[in-house]
Design a binder for this molecule. Structure first.
Ligand code: HEM
Length: 421
């Protein structure tokens, strides 16, 4: 197929295209995508393992995510490689580890409870926009450390309008055809990016001067206090790019995963009932399994990217430098030899067998594995608990919602429409 047609199908029907190609060509095949070049999609867990454990000097995720560079900046963790990536990742890891994460739980619970209480009952209601509002609020409080007041309102408004444009269903088409550099110059885009940048730089300046910096535990404060190996602080540009990265990587993804969790649960009343019973009994295992099964059967992102800096032998093929290898989350998760009856939503499967490192990959893998994986799963668990403690839920329409592409994420087509009581 000509590259333009492959690109058009990819940007609207990625899951269908992957499944068709897998059926026709086997577990490894190539796609030609405008702006991106040649992609080699892989779905055999052994090959996925080779990619995730491969030398980061050869498997460049930052170059693979190149399309995001003009939007997120030169210092973004997502777009860096090798030493620069490792040094930035070391600075960003501490806020996302164990004890800190527990500290964020109370904020997540409070925001979730407040948000859920405001939802109307007795009539069809679309949860996805509300999940977006909730995950944005959680990031504003835990990552940006902005609590209430006019500044919160201003930042919320600016980020919302930037994110809405970025995740517009048609955004991927211009991104892939004219490229992100020119999108960045498009006035409505530039205005939004500039406004967000000005507000973030203002927050950084304010935080650098804060007298209570030592006591604060939000990510921005931790980054302001963090030091490179040579003892130097992070620059404003570095902190700005990382905050934007955390926002873009962590907000829409988690809101989408939560929307799918509800979409799947309401269509499986027996699973929903079991989840409610187990949560009431203080058991966490089924809740964890439900989250894992949601991310398996409805992964938010269909694949991750690694651009080769030199020729590599993979799955019996010699792949040249410059090609992008794409471990397909969607195909690995739907492989019937790994997951019997792969289309069925059955959290029990993860009670029987825990998720495998290279067979359950909603967060990618290796040195590039999602930095916010624990944050996202904790947030999902808290929101689901708060929701089930307060409301009963049924689908507004019994038919399952199909995946709908919004730039990079695969969202429920009718925005997780439910009736709450
Ligand atoms: C359910 C929600 C989420 C999903 C499905 C998800 C998925 C992913 C995936 C697939 C990657 C690429 C991994 C790779 O290339 O191997 C990634 C990277 C990343 N994610 Fe997430 N993510 C989620 C939530 C979050 C949250 C809440 C944050 C932070 C607040 C976050 C921050 C990041 C960052 C910083 C990276 C780049 C890591 C690096 O390149 O070293 N994500 N995520």
């Amino acid at each position: 197929m000509p590259r333009a047609i492959q690109t058009a199908i990819w940007s609207r029907q990625a899951q269908w295209m992957l499944a068709q190609s897998r059926r026709r060509f086997g577990p490894m095949f190539s796609l030609e995508i405008a702006y991106e070049g040649t992609w080699v999609v892989v779905s055999d867990p052994e090959v996925v393992k080779q990619v995730f454990t491969g030398d980061p000097k050869v498997f460049h995720a930052g170059d693979g995510n190149d399309i995001l560079r003009p939007l997120l900046g030169e210092h973004s963790l997502l777009t860096l490689d090798e030493a620069a990536h490792m040094s930035q990742r070391k600075l960003l890891l501490p806020p996302f580890h164990g004890r800190r994460m527990e500290g964020y739980a109370a904020t997540m619970r409070e925001i979730a409870a407040r948000e859920i209480e405001s939802w109307p009952t007795g009539a069809p209601y679309r949860l996805r926009p509300r999940m977006q509002a909730m995950t944005l609020e959680i990031i504003l409080e835990t990552v940006f450390g902005v609590h209430g007041g006019a500044r919160l309102g201003e930042l919320r408004g600016a980020l919302r309008s930037f994110l809405d444009l970025l995740t517009h269903p048609w955004m991927l088409v211009p991104m892939l055809t004219i490229g992100p550099d020119r999108i960045r110059l498009y006035p409505p885009f530039r205005r939004r990016v500039d406004r967000v940048a000005a507000l973030i730089v203002g927050e950084i300046a304010e935080r650098r001067a804060a007298a209570d910096l030592e006591e604060r535990d939000d990510v921005l404060s931790l980054l302001v206090a963090a030091r490179h190996e040579d003892g130097s602080p992070m620059s404003d540009a570095e902190i700005h790019d990382e905050l934007l990265t955390l926002l873009v990587a962590g907000h829409e993804t988690t809101a989408t995963a939560l929307s799918w969790a509800v979409e799947r649960l309401v269509r499986h009343p027996d699973k929903l009932a079991r989840l409610r019973t187990e949560i009431e009994a203080g058991e966490e295992a089924y809740l964890t399994a439900t989250i894992q099964e949601t991310l398996r059967v409805r992964p938010v992102i269909v694949g991750v990217l690694r651009r080769l800096t030199e020729a590599v032998e993979l799955g019996g093929y010699e792949l040249p430098a410059g090609v992008t290898v794409v471990p397909s989350i969607h195909l690995v998760h739907r492989d019937p030899t790994i997951y019997p009856e792969p289309d069925r939503f059955r959290p029990e499967r993860f009670l029987e067998t825990p998720p495998g490192t290279y067979t359950w990959i909603p967060f990618g893998g290796g040195v590039r594995r999602c930095l916010g994986a624990a944050f996202a799963q904790q947030e999902m668990a808290i929101v689901l608990c708060e929701l089930l403690a307060r409301r009963t839920i049924r689908p507004a329409d019994p038919a399952a919602e199909r995946p709908f592409r919004r730039a990079i994420t695969e969202t429920p087509r009718r925005n997780a429409e439910v009736v709450l009581t």
